[in-house]
Ligand binder design. Structure first.
Ligand code: URA
Length: 242
C-alpha cells in the first residue's frame, strides 16, 4: 500500500506536491469515488483517475548503474552472458537507455519509462555524454581538433562537443582523452578515435547530462530520485501534465 499522492507522482503524471493539490481540489478518484482526503493508501488493484485519465498501473522505475566490464547491454543474451538487467534487483521489465559495449564501463540508465528513454537517446535533444578513453597513440593538436570539427563514422559525420587530452605517457605511447558527445551510434567513441589514427584501449562513460557515478563502485546501482527524474524531463523539454 502506498500513499495516493506518491503513486500519482511515481506514475510520472506530476510532482508529489502537484498531486496533493489535485487531490485537494477534487481532481482525483479512486475506484470511482472522488478523494479529497490527504494520505489515503492505495494498492496496485485500485483504479486511480486524475481528471478522468487512468494513472498507469505500472510504476516507473529508474536506475543508474555503474556498468562493469564483461556485461552485455541488453535485456536478454542468447549466449547466456550476464546482462545489465541481471545486475538490478527488480521484478519490473526494465531496459537499458542506449548501449555501452561489453568492455566499456560506466554510467548506464535503465528504466521502464519509454518516454524518458527515447528522449535521452534522441540526438535532437543533445544530451551530453561524457567519456574518458585510454588511448594507444598520442594524437597531435590537429587530430584532436578534428574530433570537434567532425569525423566520419559509418558514413555519417559525428563530432565531439568538447575534447581534452590528459596524462600523456610518451614512454608507453598512451594518453587519456576526455570527450563529450551527443549522439550514441554503435562504438561511436572507438570509431571516432580510430578515425584520427589512434585506438581506444579502455573506455568509461563518466556522466550523462547532470548524472554522475558519484558514490557508486563498479557493479553498484541506485534508483534515481524523483527530483532527478523531473530534472531530466525538464532538460529534455518534456512537460509532465500539471
Ligand atoms: N562509444 C563506444 O565506442 N563504445 C561505447 O560503449 C560507448 C560509446
Amino acid at each position: 500500500m502506498e500513499r495516493l499522492q506518491k503513486v500519482i507522482a511515481a506514475s510520472g503524471y506530476c510532482s508529489r506536491r502537484k498531486a496533493e493539490e489535485l487531490i485537494q481540489k477534487g481532481h482525483v478518484s479512486v475506484n470511482g469515488e472522488v478523494v479529497r482526503e490527504m494520505g489515503i493508501k492505495v494498492n496496485a488493484k485500485d483504479q486511480i483517475l486524475v481528471d478522468g485519465q487512468l494513472i498507469g498501473k505500472e510504476r516507473k522505475e529508474y536506475y543508474l548503474l555503474y556498468k562493469p566490464r564483461g556485461v552485455v547491454t541488453t535485456v536478454h543474451d542468447d549466449k547466456h552472458r550476464k546482462t545489465v538487467v541481471d545486475l538490478i534487483d527488480t521484478k519490473t521489465r526494465i531496459y537499458p537507455v542506449g548501449r555501452l559495449d561489453y568492455d566499456t564501463t560506466g554510467l548506464l540508465l535503465l528504466t521502464n519509462d519509454g518516454i524518458l528513454a527515447n528522449g535521452l537517446m534522441h540526438p535532437k535533444n543533445q544530451v551530453d555524454k561524457y567519456y574518458v578513453a585510454k588511448v594507444k597513440g598520442i594524437p597531435d593538436g590537429k587530430s584532436l581538433k578534428q574530433l570537434t570539427y567532425g569525423v566520419s563514422v559509418d558514413g555519417v559525420r559525428v563530432r565531439a562537443t568538447r575534447v581534452k587530452m590528459k596524462k600523456v605517457d610518451k614512454k608507453n605511447n598512451t594518453c587519456m582523452i576526455f570527450l563529450t558527445i551527443h549522439d550514441g551510434r554503435n562504438h561511436q567513441v572507438k570509431k571516432m578515435i580510430e578515425a584520427i589514427g589512434s585506438e581506444v584501449l579502455k573506455l568509461k562513460r563518466e556522466q550523462v547530462s547532470f548524472l554522475t557515478l558519484d558514490g557508486l563502485t563498479s557493479g553498484e546501482y541506485r534508483s534515481l530520485t524523483l527530483k532527478e527524474v523531473h530534472k531530466l524531463y525538464h532538460e529534455l523539454g518534456i512537460t509532465l501534465k500539471d
